[in-house]
Design a protein around this ligand. Structure first.
Ligand SMILES: C[S@@+](CC[C@H](N)C(=O)[O-])C[C@H]1O[C@@H](n2cnc3c(N)ncnc32)[C@H](O)[C@@H]1O
Length: 309
């Protein structure tokens, strides 16, 4: 049994219900976490990450970039929390078109993997789900917690990485990621974790950039340059991708064949692959989004899968 300072601090403050055995190098949280609490598990002990979690360089780099970017995501998050209607991705595609969320989530334990400022969590909570959002960037969670305080939806926000989820096996019914773990975490680590924490029959939905788009985005420092109508980089080399023109953050992309294999290897049955485009008149707050291009090719993809027995 690992007894690191976080254990005692959290226990003393009554912040965590129960911390149990180590799992995947982190302390497993068992029992239910009090509603409405923000749990800064790793903040209590910086040495914990170094000695117990063995963070990889890309995790440190990605967290750093999202700590800095968090301020740019405050206003969009406020708008999205305010909206009762869900909308998705770079084109704000309405839920009525994509149907990614079950209409009712009452009695369901839901997790948002890489929740950022937590607006997807708010949409699940408004459908009566019992929701946890996890993200490694404390600044993003600060916005999420403030908005939770404002709207009082009973969402729990946990600071952590999706490559090692601090939750017991088989405890969630529904897991979702919109450009969170789906883009920024190593899929060969977070997909097995999603499979572990979902109950049999539980569903996983995740949205990320479409492979076509990743192959066609120019990488010359001008994020407003039109998308190329030719492939600019090899499809099979996208796995751990760093843009030349960007800082040190690392994205993860898989070919469709590799996603299928990885999901199947982790007991998922694929229900849908939704390829999301736009109309030539669509608008986006993201500089790289090119409506004309996306009216011809999908810019985003959503995988919907169910955990089999
Ligand atoms: C684009 S935001 C996603 C949240 C929200 N849906 C949005 O689009 O604003 C990306 C989030 O992924 C988080 N992230 C980065 N690395 C992660 C990891 N290894 N596990 C989980 N989340 C991660 C970042 O901290 C950031 O908040």
């Amino acid at each position: 049994m690992l007894r690191h300072p976080a254990y005692h601090a959290a226990r003393a403050e009554g912040a965590l219900a129960q911390l149990g055995e180590r799992h995947n190098g982190i302390v497993e949280v068992s029992g239910s976490i009090p509603l409405g609490s923000t749990i800064l598990l790793y903040n209590y002990c910086p040495l914990y990450e170094a000695f117990v979690m063995n963070l990889e360089d890309y995790q440190v780099a990605n967290r750093k970039i999202w700590q800095a970017r968090a301020k740019d995501y405050i206003a969009p998050a406020e708008k999205a929390w305010h909206s009762h209607e869900a909308y998705w991705g770079i084109w704000n595609t309405p839920e009525s078109e994509l149907q990614l969320l079950p209409t009712k989530l009452d009695g369901c334990r839901c997790i948002e993997l890489g929740c950022g400022a937590g607006y997807v969590s708010s949409w699940m909570a408004r459908r009566d789900g019992q929701v946890v959002g996890i993200d490694p960037a404390a600044n993003q969670l600060k916005t999420a917690s403030r908005l939770e305080e404002q709207y009082q939806l009973g969402i729990e926000f946990v600071e952590g990485f999706c490559e090692a989820l601090p939750f017991p096996d088989s405890c969630f019914d529904f897991a979702i990621s919109e450009y969170g773990a789906s883009l920024w975490a190593n899929p060969f680590r977070w997909i097995p974790e999603a499979s572990r924490v979902l109950k049999t029959g539980g569903r996983l939905v995740f949205m990320t950039d479409h492979a076509f788009a990743v192959c066609c985005v120019p990488d010359d420092g001008n994020w407003r340059a039109p998308m190329s109508e030719r492939l600019l980089r090899p499809y099979h080399d996208l796995f751990k991708h760093q843009w030349n023109s960007s800082s040190h953050e690392v994205e993860f992309h898989l070919s469709h064949g590799d996603w299928v294999q990885l999901l199947r290897d982790n007991n998922f049955v694929i229900e849908r692959l939704v390829e999301v485009g736009a109309t030539a008149k669509s608008s986006s707050r993201f500089g790289y989004a090119d409506a004309n291009w996306a009216s011809k090719w999908p810019a985003e993809e959503v995988w919907c899968a169910r955990l089999s027995a």
